[in-house]
Ligand binder design. Structure first.
Ligand code: DAK
Length: 225
């Protein structure tokens, strides 16, 4: 496997684990991390032995604390546009993976971090996880697909409240509104995500991929289609 500087990719028994690892910035997404992520996701896509992906953040405090604010502050308007497009493309690549993807949210999942979890098939969270789309506080809107994926998951009105207020919500609130499937003690989160990943990996890959594709495409079509 390739060695990255801000992410880690491991694979055991058909289960890939992708860990965002930039502790000095609470795993915030900067351009070089996004480039590594793009490379890793394409490697996962090309590896037929991988049946499930688990995505998490390194450390106990943060899943991903959003886009890297200090980098965004240095971008020109064109640079801003490119950064947003790059993020959108990578999150579409993540969502479009044929295999199931579980987000194991271990801490802060803010802005782009929350949006990345939304691009996964479902979310398990630590009791300490905090979710939010605080872009409004920076004078912008969620730029990596959150305005589209969040309402599809929790309904338009709940999504608008989160986006308009920029408020942080706890794991318990996130579960109540259907953003999160299950909550675990912090030390149990990865074991629980891995156990579910193993159960999923024990199923036929063709039917898993067909199930994912059918659900996802069906959400954008009428019942008859
Ligand atoms: N970017 C860069 N560094 C970050 C960061 C981030 N998003 N979040 C945290 N850090 C850094 C802090 O600066 C600090 O660094 P040092 O001072 O130690 O060098 C270190 O991580 C530890 O953070 P704190 O000291 O703040 O830790 P606390 O426990 O006190 O607070 C916190 C944790 C997560 C509540 C806090 O760090 C925080 O509020 N962080 C920022 C969260 C946030 O607002 N994230 C961005 C969401 S918006 C675009 C425009 C905007 C966007 C995208 C595109 N275009 C126009 C293209 C924005 C998208 C977003 O994701």
């Amino acid at each position: 496997m390739v060695v990255y500087s801000s992410i880690e990719l491991t694979c055991t028994d058909g289960i890939a684990r992708l860990t965002i690892n930039r502790p000095k910035a609470l795993n915030a997404l900067n351009t070089s991390l996004l480039e590594e992520l793009s490379h890793a996701l394409n490697a996962i896509k090309a590896d037929e032995s991988i049946r499930v992906l688990v995505l998490t953040g390194a450390g106990e405090k943060s899943f991903i604390a959003g886009a890297d604010i200090s980098e965004i502050n240095t971008l020109s308007p064109l640079g801003d546009k490119k950064f947003a497009q790059t993020g959108q493309e990578i999150f579409s690549l993540l969502q479009g993976l044929a295999i199931p993807v579980i987000a194991a949210v271990n801490g802060y999942a803010l802005g782009g971090g929350c949006e990345m979890a939304l691009a996964c098939d479902f979310i398990y969270a630590s009791e300490k996880a905090i979710f939010g789309l605080p872009e409004i506080n920076l004078g912008v809107i969620p730029g990596f697909g959150g305005t589209q994926r969040l309402p599809r998951l929790i309904g338009a009105n709940m999504a608008k409240e989160m986006i308009f207020t920029g408020r942080h919500i706890t794991a318990a609130e996130a579960k109540e509104i259907g953003l999160v499937n299950k909550i675990f003690a912090p030390e149990e989160l990865m074991a629980a995500a891995t156990e579910t990943a193993k159960l999923i990996a024990s199923k036929g890959k063709a039917s898993l991929c067909a199930a994912k594709q059918t659900v996802n495409q069906g959400l954008n079509a009428d019942l008859q289609t």
